[in-house]
Design a protein around this ligand. Structure first.
Ligand SMILES: [Co+2]
Length: 424
């Protein structure tokens, strides 16, 4: 999910250690086993080794296609795969081997494991969705398939495990915060640029991660610009790093790209009023913004913080404004108890508290819970400042926007790219 800058505007390679997709490891395991089997047949030896392998194979079952097995069942040990590890640099090199910092991490292990479980679901769901995407699909069907797959794989359970925010599937010049409302007939087209931005959570530990999908290869440089800009932002992030320095590095990479669209060449622009953001428990935007252009705040990243590093590349103005019908809403995190007079608003708030708490939701999520005729109540909650509306954020009509996003954790000894997968 994007963080929009409401204040006045101020004037850019993947890491070494690979992703740890459990599924991937399984197939590697299986592949090497069958290679072993062949060797065994040839040589007629190594029987003991073979036995051990097949026992291990039994313990980690494989995901189905379409995915149907909760990830808890794919990792019987209860330990979920670590993300990509990146070392701290320069003044923070000492952290890598600090015994004191390692001890701090041991205490945080349950939290790390929760967010890694959410990340494993994200990887498996995005892999599946990419495999079924095709021009002509109804956006509503796409979202419902994605959301139902998340619900199954994450073993959805009230506020303890589930979807962290509505499935963003903003098209073309719409940069963020668009998902179909019930009855929407929008179809995905061959020439669309779709930002697929969805979130998973375990106990409020959120994974916020997005990719851009385009069928037409003409858009490849636009996608690459934001993919590389995001990877740059991740590389530059670290404890005591100033947010403005990350923004400047992101912009430099982003704006080094050009894309030719139907004969016109555009220099890709970083969207200056969109940001990455810190993430807290049940709080998608925890207060710090990570700019994607130069001239940002000098505030620093700190030990233990989670950040969504996301960048938006555009062929338009490089500036978004709110437009189109709203679908996204979220309860204000810091709001206390506010007495409400309208019974419908009161009842709707009870539904929101029970099902979403301070996590973002959309109108479709209210519909599926059986809520009807809630528009007045919802407006009342917005007017009283309890709930905030997050309308779609759009660049100039006819332009194209791409986005890539990962969730990272600034562990005491290293940086972990929680949502890294073999896809990006
Ligand atoms: Co985000």
């Amino acid at each position: 999910m994007a963080d929009e800058n409401h204040s006045e505007i101020r004037v850019p390679e993947d890491g070494a250690s690979g992703p740890s997709n459990g599924n991937e490891q399984d197939s590697v395991e299986l592949a090497s086993t069958s290679q072993k089997d062949e060797d065994d047949l040839k040589e007629g030896t190594k029987k003991k080794k073979k036995k051990n392998k097949s026992k291990k194979k039994k313990e980690t079952s494989q995901q189905t296609d379409p995915p149907s097995i909760p990830v808890v069942d794919l990792f019987p040990s209860g330990d979920f795969p670590e993300g990509e590890i990146q070392r701290y640099k320069d003044d923070n090199l000492w952290r890598t081997t600090s015994e004191e910092k390692r001890e701090l991490e041991r205490l945080e292990k349950p939290i790390y494991n929760s967010v890694r479980r959410a990340a494993e679901v994200h990887r498996q769901v995005r892999r599946y969705i990419k495999s079924i995407l095709k021009p002509g699909m109804l956006m509503t069907d796409l979202c419902e398939t994605l959301e139902n797959t998340v619900r199954k794989l994450i073993s959805e359970n009230g506020l303890q495990a589930g979807i962290a925010f509505p499935t963003g599937c903003s098209l073309n010049w719409v940069a963020a915060h668009w998902t179909p409302n019930t009855g929407d007939k929008t179809v995905l087209n061959y020439d669309d640029v779709m930002k697929l931005d969805f979130g998973t959570h375990i106990d409020g530990c959120i994974v916020d991660c997005a990719i851009t999908v385009a069928f037409n290869p003409m858009f490849d440089p636009l996608l690459e610009a934001s993919r590389e800009a995001t990877n740059t932002g991740i590389k530059e992030s670290g404890i005591d790093v100033r947010l403005c320095d990350i923004g400047a590095a992101i912009q430099e990479v982003m704006e080094s790209y050009e894309v030719e669209i139907n004969g016109t060449v555009f220099q890709v622009k970083s969207i200056r009023n969109l940001n990455g953001h810190s993430i807290g428990r049940y709080q998608i935007h925890a207060g710090k913004s990570v700019p994607i252009v130069k001239g940002g705040e000098q505030t620093k990243m700190e030990e233990g913080e989670f950040f969504a590093i996301e960048t938006f590349g555009s062929t338009g103005k490089g500036y978004v404004r709110e437009d189109l019908e709203c679908s996204h809403y979220m309860k204000n995190f810091d709001i206390g108890h506010i007495p409400l007079r309208l019974p419908r608003a009161k009842q709707l708030l009870a539904t929101i508290n029970k099902n979403f708490s301070t996590l973002a939701f959309c109108k479709r999520y209210l519909d599926r819970l059986g809520e009807t005729k809630y528009l007045m109540g919802l407006k009342n909650l917005c007017d009283s400042g309890i709930v905030q509306a997050y309308p779609p954020l759009c660049d100039s009509k006819g332009s194209y926007v791409s986005q890539f996003e990962h969730t990272i954790l600034l562990r005491p000894t290293c940086k972990e790219v929680i949502s890294r997968g073999d896809d990006y």
